[in-house]
Design a protein around this ligand. Sequence first.
Ligand SMILES: Cc1cc2nc3c(=O)[nH]c(=O)nc-3n(C[C@H](O)[C@H](O)[C@H](O)COP(=O)(O)O)c2cc1C
Length: 190
Amino acid sequence: MDKLRIGFAMCGSFCTFDKVMAVMQELVNRDMEVTPIMSNMAYSTDTRFGKAEEINKRIESICGKEIIHTIEKAEPIGPAKMFDVLLVEPCTGNTLAKLASGITDTAVTMACKSHLRNSRPVVLAVSTNDALGNSAKNIGQLMNYRNVYFVPLRQDDCKMKPRSVVADFSLTVRTLEAAIESRQIQPMIM
Ligand SMILES: Cc1cc2nc3c(=O)[nH]c(=O)nc-3n(C[C@H](O)[C@H](O)[C@H](O)COP(=O)(O)O)c2cc1C
């Protein structure tokens, strides 16, 4: 059987990067072909969670491929039918808003637009402090879109951050496998 081809798109939710890179490694260990994609924010910002250059090197070493981080490099994803499924993990509030509104101004939103034109699945793993605030309408809108699936979500700290929601990254593989069969795994809200 051919290897499953995954586009793995990362946005600027930096606090999740360690967990997300562990998922990336798991996909590679499962013999999937993983191509990293990053928004400009994710690719180029040094934060207290790590230096961009070091994180990017780790990602390229896990995947054995260069990171797609420009709109120009992401544009051929659809025409070349590069992926069976496109994962956006972590997906920020910013990128949720853009995807819900059809705005395409980063490598990640370009990748989604280009991939969706082939009616292939996009899987979103949300991580944002305003998921139950300003982003709620965008999450709701995207849940209603064809070919868009969600890694199940939960409130990560309901006392200190009552509007914050983070996907359960440990369910990524199950969500991807179901999305390829046009199914959303349940429960979606945990
Ligand atoms: C240290 C740091 C952590 C951040 N964490 C998050 C986060 O967890 N979720 C989120 O939606 N935005 C977070 N942001 C804000 C996003 O990085 C910002 O909205 C950015 O424009 C996102 O761009 P992108 O969606 O193209 O990656 C964080 C920013 C910084 C500097």
